[in-house]
Write a protein that binds this ligand. Structure first.
Ligand SMILES: [Zn+2]
Ligand SMILES: [Zn+2]
Length: 334
């Protein structure tokens, strides 16, 4: 049975490459096939196993599940960002087997280990942020907040309510306000072949506390065509622009992506993430989008480089960086 399942996975991987190359994703598909299948990074066991069902409901507690997935207990309202809990990112899927990019760090806690999630926050429809098999785990009692133009990707039966937010729009859930803001990224799931789709960052606020969550962004502004500007970002944004976009006086926690910056037109460096953290007058920084899935060739972006660079730029303030390993838990002091 094991041999049969590995043979199906191998066949699915070969079909992935043969289908992706003529489709025009040749360089990226081949690089990722090499990184994930020919000489894969060793699988890392999770060193931390949080027990979020036991967290107090009168505090703000978070854990980094991996990539852009963060579990937040916001004074009793449970929020899960960009949930991706599977072993591989989809698509493609052949013969019922997902041959996408594989996870390199074990999930520190499973869906069954989590309390009832009140709100799922989805930043955009890229497969490393919007994972359909994970979204199918929900049972109709959770609200999903998504960017405009993405309703067709949500299976309605899995969420009690789906709310689309455009930039500047808000939704209140259980005393927590969630506001969408503009980031520098793009929303199409299948690039040129797809319809235009929204892409958001979010400010979560309530009880005098503020959390900023960004799934993916560049620091600069970008062209609508991500491929055209992959090596030529337009640097039109300043920290003051970011301050206006995020629109908070002071953030208790900033959840920011720090990886994939070799594709700098759509992603930011750790130093740029730190600049946004400073601009938002952040107290704590939780860095995401690294150490979970290999989305950049390791000879150009080693697995641990993002956190090393972030700690270097943090200099005398490394205590501001929290949850630098999956599954670490942080509770904000009152
Ligand atoms: Zn993205
Ligand atoms: Zn991403």
């Amino acid at each position: 049975m094991q041999i049969l399942s590995e043979a199906r996975l191998c066949l699915a991987m070969i079909l992935t490459v043969f289908c992706c190359v003529p489709a025009g994703c040749n360089d990226y598909a081949w690089e990722m096939f090499k990184e994930n299948s020919l000489s894969p990074t060793p699988y890392m066991k999770a060193a931390n196993h949080p027990k979020p069902r036991e967290w107090p409901n009168d505090r703000l507690t978070v854990t980094w599940i991996g990539h852009a997935t963060v579990l937040i207990n916001f004074y009793g309202t449970v929020i899960l960002t960009d949930p991706v809990l599977g072993e591989r990112l989809g698509p493609p899927e052949f013969f019922g087997v997902n041959a996408g990019i594989r996870r390199i760090t074990e999930l520190p806690c499973t869906f069954a280990d989590m309390p009832k999630v009140d709100v799922v926050l989805l930043s955009h429809a890229h497969h490393d942020h919007w994972d359909s098999p994970t979204l199918r785990l929900f049972d109709g009692k959770t609200q999903a907040i998504i960017p405009t133009g993405n309703c067709d990707l949500v299976s309605e039966g899995r969420f009690g309510k789906v709310t689309e937010l455009g930039w500047g729009q808000k939704e209140s859930v259980g005393g927590v306000e969630i506001r969408a803001f503009r980031v520098s990224h793009w929303g199409q799931r299948y690039e040129a072949a797809d319809r235009p789709r929204g892409f958001n960052g979010y400010v979560i606020s309530g009880r005098g506390r503020t959390v900023v969550f960004i799934g993916d962004t560049a620091f600069g502004d970008i062209s609508p065509d991500p491929r055209a500007t992959a090596t030529q970002p337009r640097w039109l944004l300043t920290p003051a622009d970011w301050s206006a976009r995020i629109g908070v006086a002071k953030a208790d926690l900033c959840i920011l992506p720090v990886g994939e910056y070799i594709y700098r037109a759509n992603h930011m460096t750790p130093e740029e993430a730190w600049a946004i953290f400073r601009t938002a007058k952040g107290r704590y920084c939780l860095a995401t989008h690294w150490r979970t899935f290999i989305l950049s060739p390791r000879d150009r972006l080693p697995t641990f480089e993002p956190m090393e660079r972030l700690k270097k730029i943090a200099g005398a303030h490394p205590d501001n960086i929290i949850c630098d390993e999956p599954g670490m838990v942080f509770t904000l002091s009152e």
